[in-house]
Design a protein around this ligand. Structure first.
Ligand code: G1P
Length: 291
């Protein structure tokens, strides 16, 4: 099997859960410490051998394109101020991968967004990383774990995360059978079920390795939960016709679309930064002591 080199990053959602911050900027550009969320996502893909990235954008998402492009004026200005290292760091962002864009004209759901990648990915397996979620992993990055699993099982792999029962209604939830360490073969997938309906506590965790036959299911998938064309529903049809696998990845997922999670994400990433950890931790300790 050839190496997987293509990734699709859907970033066309409206971000209404994070207003007013997302009124005039995409949620994917919200920073975690000093880096936009989508840059962490691109870096995860690049670290796993992805060289070609298609970002699905939409209205008001221009700043994503600007971020991954070079800014010659800014570089000149920084060079004049002798800030060569900053220039180097900025240039690296625009040279990380071949990044392409396609716009989703109407926000019809994640399934429809992925369908926009059809002609770009052509006939190869590809990975999908949701642009509003970062997965932090000390070892092999999340999407690489899915690639490794695909190399063993040879079929689509959905990244899974175990969630508390009371949170199942926020996610796609799977039913399936464990066939190896962290590995499942799926028998069902339900988008955002109630606690009573949820077949398990294993959620679809924002990372997928898909095969190109998914497009034929997406093409004919009708709007589902919340009136949107759901990727989960297309996968559900696919798993009825061929084995689809799940892999419970190692790593912590940070969903930036939720206010409290976003605050906690800032704290955790801040504490992981060598340049900030000392003074930030001292500040937090003082704050906690003061109550
Ligand atoms: C999407 C998917 C859902 C998945 C979730 C988190 O939902 O539809 O199946 O569990 O991402 O990865 P959204 O959060 O975009 O509503």
């Amino acid at each position: 099997m050839g190496a997987i080199t293509k990734a699709v990053i859907p970033a066309a959602g409206r971000g209404t859960r994070f207003l007013p911050a997302t009124k005039a900027q995409p949620k994917e550009m919200l920073p975690i410490v000093d880096t936009p969320t989508i840059q962490y996502v691109v870096e995860e893909a690049v670290a796993c051998g992805i060289t070609d990235i298609l970002i699905i954008t939409g209205k008001d998402k221009r700043s994503i394109e600007d971020h991954f492009d070079r800014s010659i004026e800014l570089e000149m200005c920084l060079e004049k101020g002798n800030r060569q290292q900053v220039v180097k760091d900025l240039r690296r962002i625009s040279e990380m991968a071949n990044i392409h864009y396609v716009r989703q004209a109407e926000q019809k759901g994640l399934g429809d967004a992925i369908l926009h990648a059809r002609y770009h990915v052509d006939n190869e397996p590809f990975v999908v990383l949701l642009g509003d979620a970062v997965v932090y992993s000390e070892g092999r990055p999340c999407i690489g774990q899915l690639v490794d699993c695909f190399d063993k099982v040879g079929g689509p792999v959905i990244g899974l995360e175990k969630v508390p029962k009371e949170k199942v209604s926020r996610y796609g939830i799977m039913d399936g059978q464990k066939i190896g360490p962290r590995t499942f073969v799926l028998s069902d997938l339900v988008e955002k079920p109630s606690i009573e309906e949820a077949p398990s506590a294993y959620a679809v965790g924002g990372r997928y390795l898909l095969t190109p036959d998914i497009f034929k299911y997406l093409e004919t998938t009708k709007p589902g939960k919340n009136g949107e064309i759901q990727l989960t529903d297309a996968l559900r049809r696919q798993l009825g016709e061929r084995p689809v696998f799940g892999y419970q990845y190692e790593g912590l997922r940070y969903d930036i679309g939720n206010r409290l999670d976003y605050l906690m994400t800032q704290v955790e990433f801040g504490l992981r930064r060598e340049d900030l950890k000392g003074p930030f931790l001292a500040y937090l300790k003082r704050k906690l002591k003061a109550g």
